[in-house]
Design a protein. Structure first.
Length: 391
């Protein structure tokens, strides 16, 4: 039980709780100075409150300070603020990355003693063969950078809490991810896929077609509900993201604020969705009481939301069955952007349809595609000048 004693005009709160590795009782203390203007009775009343808070903090293992190890700080932040504020998938990914940090020297270093050289040594260790347990090789620059980002996040929180003077991760030198151009189908390949889809089951035909024609993300596709489809005005509203996390399907807001968007619908998609709705209504009728009405477009046999991996698994089998060059499901989003750009759609429109936070993101991701259009534009004007000059 916590107790207090007067010290230097204030009070020292003390308590023993738990044991050290050597078996001795752990002692904790905290200083509390009464605000000016309090009378003795008010001080005693507030002191009892402070003692309860102090005891609760210790029992809940919330004693984090500059002498705490990185692991203690990270675990506390993850289980409190992190669990509440991070997206479910991000939370799980952070836990995976942090486990490798906990097992390293960094995990057992006091917050106040961590420096950028320690961090750089850790990043170099991740680039050695054998670190990746799945491949036996080194971790990619992208994955090493992910470790850096989560370390920096923890240290940034420690800095905001006043536990350390600076976030030294900002002075570290993690490797830069190797840039690579986005892979996607060309127009001929996309047309061929849409043609082959005509003979496929209507649910998969509709899902893959929408991914190509609208460039939406997999989670956005799986999160579509019939209330999002405006048949009269020919629009689709992207309002939610469906994900599979920790053994269950969850629904969350789209990736960014700009990801919530309304997309105009072409006549082909309108007809396809009408056909698909008729199919689902019949499916619902046959299921009878077994059907769970979730309003989702894409469901399992009983009306519950489809597992997001189902779409990708079917797409992989479809490509193999038809002897097509392999493209990831996400590449259909890039295919959509490529087709829009090749048909001279302006960057703001492309960005808006993809749900990017701003056009600069679109320019960065698809810069090579815009460069190709720039070369074509330059050649067009060059041909005009060449003709005028009599060449």
């Amino acid at each position: 039980m916590a107790y207090a004693r007067e010290k230097n005009g204030g009070y020292e709160l003390r308590m023993t709780y738990g044991y050290t590795e050597s078996g001795k009782r752990k002692s904790y203390s905290r200083t509390w100075n009464p605000p000016k203007g309090m009378n003795p009775r008010q001080i005693q009343k507030e002191l009892q409150i402070q003692l309860k808070i102090f005891e609760s903090d210790i029992k809940n293992e919330r004693k984090i300070n500059a002498l705490s190890e990185f692991k203690d700080m990270a675990v506390y932040w993850m289980e409190n603020d992190g669990k509440e504020k991070l997206a479910p998938k991000t939370y799980i990914r952070y836990k995976e990355l942090l486990q490798r940090v906990y097992d390293s020297k960094i995990g057992h270093t006091k917050l106040i003693d961590i420096n950028q050289m320690d961090l750089n040594d850790f990043y170099r260790s991740l680039a050695k063969p054998g670190v990746n347990k799945l491949t036996g090789g080194a971790l990619s620059n992208k994955t090493i950078r992910e470790h850096h980002n989560v370390i920096s996040k923890v240290l940034e929180v420690a800095w905001k809490w006043g536990l350390i003077d600076e976030n030294v991760a900002k002075r570290a030198d993690p490797p830069s991810p190797r840039s690579k151009e986005t892979s996607c189908m060309n127009e001929e390949e996309a047309i061929n896929v849409l043609s082959l889809l005509r003979d496929e089951p209507i649910q998969y035909k509709t899902m893959i077609s929408l991914l190509i024609l609208f460039g939406i993300r997999r989670g956005e596709l799986c999160g579509l509900e019939w209330k999002d489809i405006d048949f009269d005005n020919q629009t689709i509203s992207i309002r939610r993201n469906s994900q599979y996390v920790s053994g269950e399907i969850i629904t969350k807001d789209p990736k960014t604020q700009k990801s919530t968007r309304v997309l105009s619908m072409d006549d082909y998609s309108l007809a396809l969705l009408n056909e698909y709705k008729t199919f689902q209504d019949e499916k619902k009728k046959k299921a009878g009481p077994l059907w769970t009405d979730t309003d989702r477009l894409f469901t399992k046999y009983d009306g519950t939301p489809i597992h997001p991996d189902t779409v990708g698994d079917w797409w992989d089998k479809f490509q193999k069955r038809n002897g097509l060059e392999h493209h990831t499901l996400h590449s259909l989003r890039h295919t959509n952007a490529s087709l829009l750009i090749s048909h001279d759609t302006d960057v703001a429109t492309v960005s808006g349809r993809l749900g990017h936070s701003n056009p600069n993101t679109t320019l960065k991701v698809y810069s090579h595609m815009f460069r190709a259009r720039d070369r074509e534009a330059a050649q067009t004007l060059g041909n005009i000048a060449f003709a005028v000059s009599g060449g």
